[in-house]
Design a protein around this ligand. Structure first.
Ligand code: FAD
Ligand code: NAD
Length: 454
């Protein structure tokens, strides 16, 4: 059976769902194919449920800060409301009917199944074949990257999916990987009473961000009772009598009830038939141009492009692809001010280049740092006020090319800094702005002043 259509979208995560829905609303005949759940990783196993878990864990932490600030509290954590909220409010018990209806409500045709490209502009799903007049959009996302540690594959380790679906917190947890997933979930479970050990192979937590961010997180997480091991590598994993044993390269052995593997995500397009479009099926990511074109009649958006595994990147790229497919001209994608937020407490907001990345590009770099506890708002806030602002300036042009805002509202404070990097607002002009007193973002003014100091 071969059917004609305008566009086939493969993968209906945040990127694909947006492209498919908008194109269908615009009047095109769109076939949207999804192997699992419409909505993808973000609403069912990623951003949304993890942020609900974080909200609950942060409430516990705030309640524990009451002594010495506002009286006394007795905090009794209960995972029950968290597990219920993840099921009832975030995921509909991992049922995507609402999302499917939303898409078909736009006029799109939904097909559940695993799609492969079977020729240029042709997509096969089981017995059905679709030929796309305008083109095909690949938005197949990522899956967890599982390191080849001896023994690991034979154990029932957790990925983010198991952690999000947990009906109760484990008594003890080893987290492999000190990046965004590992640290967000490590802190959540620790705040609910789990004894957590984080193993990070590199020298800093969140190693893609400024080293100051990793140091701050290592300090604050250790102060909360987590064991943080950086520069540590697992040499072997076993699962005996319901317990995980992780042997480190230095000979130490750690044991825990659960093991969460959060060592990054990987693109896997082998088996997708991209060779029919002249692309390498072994590629680490689908390379796209500024209009999200991967080949003639083929667009790609989201994690599969390898630009940054964030929902906001998938949505941004989707908007560009939608416009291009509709034949409307517009600017190329611009990632200079790509924002990212690690929703630990303190939150780590970051935009653009780190100091090291800016230097590696050969820029003449000046940095300015200010500490949140030394700002008026940070001092008033007291318990839970750890954080800093770090600015990275291209000194020759006098504009910010990167910034980090770590602190109680680091993700929100980031907004102004993202505007500054995106719009290339001269730092001289930023210095003559009025910063409301006493806000956390007022610490940006102190960091700007610090740019001038030798
Ligand atoms: C625990 C966790 C927390 C996160 N938190 C955040 C956050 O706070 N903020 C943020 O911005 N990002 C966050 N992310 C990242 C975010 O989830 C991803 O960047 C986003 O989901 C990527 O969207 P996507 O459309 O590219 O792919 P995905 O969401 O991965 O969707 C791809 C879809 O394609 C389907 N598919 C794959 N192959 C085929 C095929 N051959 N045929 C049919 N369907 C196929 C898959 O089943 C999947 O549903 C988090 C991720 C995780 C794991
Ligand atoms: N708040 C957010 O926006 C958010 C939250 C979660 C995930 N995400 C997205 O999902 C992506 C994947 O998250 P992630 O945390 O899995 O990946 P990550 O790349 O952010 O972090 C993985 C960490 O694991 C370490 N690592 C790799 N192999 C290891 C090993 N064998 N032993 C010990 N450590 C090892 C890496 O050095 C790195 O620090 C993120 O990069 C991000 O784009 C975003």
């Amino acid at each position: 059976m071969v059917e004609q259509t305008d566009v086939v979208v493969i993968g209906m995560g945040p990127g694909g769902e947006h492209v498919a829905g908008r194109l269908a609303e615009s009047g095109l005949d769109v076939v949207g194919v999804e192997a699992e759940l419409v909505g993808g990783e973000c609403p069912y196993w990623g951003c949304v449920p993890s942020k609900m878990m974080i909200r609950a864990a942060n409430l516990l932490a705030e309640a524990r800060r009451v002594p010495g600030m506002a009286g006394s509290t007795q905090v009794t954590p209960d995972w029950g409301p968290v597990a219920t909220r993840v099921r009832d409010e975030a995921t509909d018990d991992w049922n995507d009917q609402v999302a499917v209806d939303r898409f078909t409500g736009t006029g799109g045709r939904f097909v559940r199944g695993r799609a492969v490209l079977s020729g240029p502009g042709t997509v096969r799903v089981a017995e059905a074949e679709y030929t796309a007049r305008r083109g095909v959009v690949i938005a197949t996302g990522t899956r967890p990257a599982i390191p080849p540690i001896p023994g690991l594959a034979q154990t029932p380790f957790w990925t983010n999916r198991d952690a999000v679906a947990a009906k109760e917190p484990p008594a003890s947890l080893i987290v492999l990987g000190g990046g965004a997933i590992g640290l967000e979930l490590a802190q959540v479970f620790a705040r609910f009473g789990t004894a957590v050990t984080v193993i990070e192979a590199l020298d800093h937590l969140v190693p893609m961000e400024e080293p100051e961010a990793g140091e701050l997180l290592a300090e604050t997480l250790a102060a909360e009772g987590l064991t943080i091991l950086t520069g540590a590598r697992a040499a072997g994993v076993e699962h005996r009598a319901g317990t995980f044993a992780v042997r480190l390269e230095d000979g130490r052995e750690l044991t825990a009830q659960q093991l969460l593997v959060a060592t990054g995500r990987r693109v896997d397009v082998s088996g997708l038939g991209v060779e029919h479009a002249g692309l390498d099926p072994k590629t680490r990511a689908l390379t796209v141009d500024g209009q999200m074109r991967a080949a003639e009649g083929l667009w790609a958006v989201g994690d599969v492009t390898g630009v940054g595994a964030f929902t906001h990147v998938a949505m941004y790229q989707a908007q560009i692809a939608i416009r291009d497919i509709l034949g409307q001209p517009g600017p190329d994608a611009d990632y200079r001010a790509l924002p990212r937020v690690t929703f630990t407490d303190p939150e780590i907001g970051a935009v653009g280049l780190s100091e090291q990345a800016a230097r590696a590009r050969g820029l003449t770099v000046r940095t300015g740092v200010s500490q949140i506890p030394s700002s008026a708002r940070g001092w008033i806030h007291k318990a839970g006020n750890a954080g800093f602002i770090k600015l990275v300036e291209d000194a020759e042009r006098g504009v910010l090319v990167g910034a980090t805002s770590a602190g109680p509202a680091g993700g929100e404070v980031l907004y102004g800094l993202a505007v500054a990097v995106h719009a290339q607002v001269p730092t001289a002009q930023l210095r003559h702005m009025i910063y409301a007193y006493p806000t956390f973002h007022r610490a940006v003014e102190d960091a700007l002043a610090a740019l001038n100091r030798p």
